[in-house]
Design a protein around this ligand. Structure first.
Ligand code: NAP
Length: 320
């Protein structure tokens, strides 16, 4: 069975950053992902907010550079399905569809999958006005009316962010009150650029040719859940924030918060010694690439320390 100091599950920004730091610390390092590198980042059309990249870069090129840098320091990247992460004393056994792998430490970087509305037009206009990240895509729609869907912290936070880019944000929420923290909700309700529509659901996202002649979002069809009344609102973009599902199926044995995200300490350590969680899968106040990359570096550093500690313990036992 192959044996590594650090096995990283997930090759998004958090995982590749962890790989680079672990490999550079001279730890044998393997990254496993079922779908190649990049995670959510690979789909970003113009990445313009990563520090040090003043000229927008595609998510694809960004990922390619990230991966090349990790490999340069000696990290290996394997495309495989991880079926289970099992504890094996102080260590771990990673079961993949290509066979088991042993690891002294594991860094979980499996991300979170944003929920989708499932309404007509959502998939058709994905990347052409339908978005799940206001920080990433909002600036492309500056000055245009925008619709935000959801009633939690993310919807309120992101609607506030978008209200600085346009004077017309329509926040659509299916119930009669926000789920968001009071401070965020109050800020939204007091914002003159945000119109809140409670008891309202998106029926359909409508498209048409934009000023470049490309089919993109042009309006939404809304339904008042009490009266059943249907209205149509012009919009250049629809931002969906109806929660996300952290990808934690592989680690049912670690502590998670009420929303299902892995709880970590400042070193990204989970409740299981030797198992770290980084990026969108962990409890964090701000899910961004730069945060994920920083998480990866911290976890790799902590994992490296743990390996030193385990090695010292073995040497001490052998010389006793
Ligand atoms: P969330 O708290 O789960 O809220 C999801 C919202 O979407 C709810 O209002 C829910 O409506 C609505 N929703 C769910 N499914 C829907 C559907 N099919 N159609 C229409 N609406 C739907 O998720 P979140 O806002 O992404 O937050 C996730 C976690 O990140 C939370 O722990 C949050 O505190 C944290 N976060 C914090 C901040 C911050 O502190 N600044 C910012 C962002 C996120 P109901 O209310 O009717 O269920």
């Amino acid at each position: 069975m192959n044996n590594y100091d650090v096995v990283i599950v997930g090759a998004g920004a958090a995982g590749l950053s962890a790989a680079q730091y672990a490999a550079r610390a001279n730890r044998s390092t393997l990254v496993i992902d079922r779908a190649g590198s990049g995670g959510q980042c690979a789909n970003i059309s113009e990445l313009e907010n990563y520090p040090g990249f003043p000229d927008a870069i595609t998510g694809e090129e960004f990922t390619e550079r990230f991966e090349r840098q990790a490999r340069q320091f000696g990290a290996e990247i394997l495309t495989a399905d991880v079926e289970a992460i099992e504890r094996d004393g102080d260590r771990f056994r990673i079961v993949t569809d290509g066979g088991p792998i042993a690891a002294a430490t594991v860094i979980l970087a499996t991300g979170a999958r944003h929920r989708e509305l499932g309404v007509p037009g959502e998939a058709a206009y994905g990347g052409r006005g339908v978005s799940y990240c206001a920080t990433c895509d909002g600036p492309m729609f500056s000055g245009q009316p925008m619709v935000v869907v959801g009633g939690g912290d993310a919807a309120c936070d992101e609607a506030t962010f978008l209200s600085k880019l346009t004077d017309r944000v329509i926040l659509v929420h299916r119930r009669d009150r926000f789920r968001a923290q009071a401070s965020l909700a109050e800020r939204v309700l007091a914002n003159p650029n945000i119109e809140v529509r409670f008891n309202t659901e998106v029926e359909e996202i409508l498209g048409g040719p934009n000023h470049f002649g490309i089919e993109a979002v042009r309006a939404v069809r809304l339904r008042d859940t009490r009266s059943g009344e249907i209205t149509e609102e012009s919009a250049g973009a629809v931002f969906v924030f109806i929660g996300s599902d952290p990808q934690t199926d592989l680690v049912p044995f670690v502590e998670r918060d009420a929303a299902g995200y892995v709880v970590t300490d400042g070193e990204m350590a989970s409740s299981v010694p030797g198992l770290y969680a980084v990026g969108d899968v962990r409890t964090t106040p701000f899910r961004q690439l730069v945060v994920a990359a920083a998480d990866g570096a911290i976890a790799a550093h902590a994992a490296s320390h743990r390996i030193d500690m385990l090695t010292d313990a073995i040497v001490a036992t052998a010389t006793r």
